[in-house]
Design a binder for this molecule. Structure first.
Ligand code: DQA
Length: 147
C-alpha cells in the first residue's frame, strides 16, 4: 500500500520561513522522515508539494488510483479551500491533517479548517514529528482496521 503526502502553499519554504513558528527543518527533511516512517510500517509514500490549489486537487484525485491514505498539510488552503475538502470527500480515502504549528494558539482565522470534519485525525503543534505520527496512525488504520 502507498500513502500520499501532500503539502500545500509555502511549505516549500520550511527551514527559512518564520523559523520561530515553524522551526528549522526543511520540506526535504519532512519528506524523508515521512518516507522512513512509512517504510518501517511496510508502506510506500508519494510526496507532492504545490503552491497551487488546483494542483493539490489534482493530486488528491490521482491518489484514488493508487493510494490507500493521505497525510495532508494544506497550509493556508486549510482555512479557505472548499475545493480541496470536496476532493478529499470525493476520493473517500482516510486522511490525517497535520499542522506544524499549533494553529489554535495563533490568529483566529487559523482556528477553522474545512478539512478537519472529514479527517480521521488532526495533529497540530507537534512540529515536524506530527508527520511521523500521521503516517503511523494511517498505518494502524490500514492494517488493523479502524480502531
Ligand atoms: C500550517 C498552518 C497554517 O495556518 C499556515 O497557513 C501554514 C502552515 C502549519 O503547518 O502550521 O502555511 O499549516
Amino acid at each position: 500500500p502507498r500513502l500520499l503526502l501532500l503539502n500545500g502553499p509555502n511549505l516549500n519554504l520550511l527551514g527559512t520561513r518564520e523559523p520561530g513558528i515553524y522551526g528549522s527543518e526543511t520540506l526535504a527533511d519532512i519528506e524523508a522522515l515521512a518516507r522512513r516512517t512509512a517504510q518501517a510500517e511496510g508502506l510506500e509514500l508519494r510526496a507532492v508539494q504545490s503552491n497551487s490549489e488546483g494542483a493539490l486537487v489534482d493530486a488528491v484525485q490521482a491518489a484514488r488510483e493508487d493510494c490507500a491514505g493521505v497525510v495532508v498539510n494544506a497550509g493556508a488552503y486549510t482555512h479557505t479551500s472548499v475545493a480541496l475538502r470536496d476532493a478529499l470527500a470525493a476520493v473517500a480515502l482516510p486522511f490525517v491533517e497535520v499542522h506544524v504549528s499549533n494553529v489554535h494558539a495563533r490568529e483566529e482565522f487559523r482556528h477553522h479548517s474545512y478539512l478537519a470534519p472529514l479527517a480521521s485525525a488532526v495533529i497540530v503543534g507537534a512540529g515536524v514529528q506530527g508527520y511521523a505520527f500521521a503516517v503511523q496512525r494511517l498505518a494502524t488504520l490500514l492494517t488493523a482496521g479502524r480502531d
